[in-house]
Design a protein around this ligand. Structure first.
Ligand code: HEC
Ligand code: HEC
Ligand code: HEC
Ligand code: HEC
Ligand code: HEC
Length: 209
């Protein structure tokens, strides 16, 4: 067969439409349309479709959940509620104050160079009487009402599990993260879907003031 000697097929309706859309002028419009749609979908579903932020924000002190909350060898296996003390009783889980960290880190100075440097930042904050400006990873907008306590109570009772076993439903395997990243959208559609699945209220005033 001679190169180029192919059978010409009449383009189908779909192909003709695609050709028209892909025309030079149309191409720009097409790209813009895709970008706009992508943003709309990201805003609604909450997962960045193309601009991923998979690693979570860098924190002022590289505090690893792995060493502290992990249950592997050489890991401390501390319970989530040991530090996030308010999670079973209030709206916010809360981040522990430096003082709690210092119960160990007055004596535990770290073995590796990075560990020593990061723990020194912690000790310096303690000496200066300063709080650490941890960067928030999960945050719902101000007009949304979220309460940890109700969720922890419901799932510990329904599944007969400990409070710390409920966290992964929304936060993923934090004990396996050296830097906390958000893994679930927690946008309106996500909240409402779970509420519907569990017979929880879905009227607007449940979540909006
Ligand atoms: C030794 C104390 C300690 C323990 C134990 C601990 N955490 Fe944390 N957690 C922190 C600190 C400090 C931060 C803030 C810095 C960061 O985000 O890494 C944090 C941040 C978080 C965040 C992100 C908060 C935000 O800004 O959105 C989540 C979610 C979280 N922890 C869940 C857990 C879960 C789940 C467990 C148990 C598996 C756990 N933590 C165990 C100290 C602890
Ligand atoms: C129950 C004791 C305990 C508590 C409480 C504790 N830590 Fe630790 N932490 C350790 C141990 C043990 C290590 C491992 C040190 C090593 O061998 O290098 C460690 C390591 C670290 C490291 C170094 C990680 C690395 O290897 O780079 C940082 C940073 C750190 N902790 C921050 C914190 C912060 C912040 C808090 C409070 C939210 C906290 N720790 C609470 C025991 C504790
Ligand atoms: C039903 C989903 C859900 C579950 C289950 C859940 N969280 Fe959260 N968490 C959220 C949402 C949503 C936010 C953001 C809340 C806000 O902005 O007010 C958040 C924020 C946080 C924060 C940062 C702000 C704060 O409240 O202090 C921490 C820390 C945290 N969660 C820890 C935990 C721990 C520990 C558990 C398990 C004991 C847990 N969460 C279980 C959805 C959940
Ligand atoms: C994993 C499933 C799940 C997800 C995800 C979830 N919820 Fe819920 N939520 C529940 C269940 C189940 C209840 C009912 C608890 C009860 O009956 O006490 C509830 C109850 C509530 C309540 C009522 C609390 C009270 O005081 O009675 C609020 C407010 C709420 N959720 C807000 C949210 C918001 C906002 C989000 C998303 C950011 C969210 N929830 C995500 C399962 C979920
Ligand atoms: C289970 C909790 C929940 C319920 C029920 C709920 N919302 Fe929302 N809503 C949210 C959350 C979470 C957000 C914030 C999403 C984000 O992070 O941008 C939101 C955002 C919004 C926004 C802002 C625009 C947007 O999409 O971000 C509007 C408007 C809104 N909700 C209207 C409603 C109305 C109307 C109802 C009742 C039909 C309702 N919501 C019921 C959780 C809920």
């Amino acid at each position: 067969m001679i190169p180029g000697d192919f059978q010409y097929k009449k383009p189908s309706g779909k192909q003709t439409l695609l050709m028209a859309v892909m025309g030079v002028g149309g191409l720009v419009g097409f790209v813009v349309t895709v970008l706009v749609l992508t943003f709309v979908v990201s805003a609604w579903v909450g997962q960045p479709v193309i601009f991923g932020n998979d690693d979570g924000p860098v924190q002022p002190i590289a505090y690893p959940h792995t060493i502290h909350a992990g249950t592997g060898t050489g890991q401390l296996g501390l319970d989530c509620t040991f530090c996030h003390r308010n999670v079973t009783v209030g709206a916010a889980a809360t981040i522990p104050a430096v003082g709690l960290c210092l119960t160990c880190h007055k004596t535990v100075g770290g073995t590796t160079e990075t560990a020593k440097a990061e723990i020194n930042k912690l000790r310096a904050a303690d000496e200066a009487g300063e709080a650490i400006d941890w960067v928030r990873v999960h945050r719902v907008p101000d007009h949304v009402h979220f309460v940890h306590e109700a969720h922890i109570k419901f799932f510990t009772e329904k599944d007969g599990i400990l409070p710390s076993a409920v966290c992964s439903t929304c936060h993923g395997n934090v004990a396996g993260m050296t830097q906390v990243a958000q893994v679930r959208s927690l946008k309106m559609s996500d909240c409402v879907d779970c509420h519907r699945d569990n017979g929880a209220p879905t009227d607007c005033t449940t979540c909006h003031y």
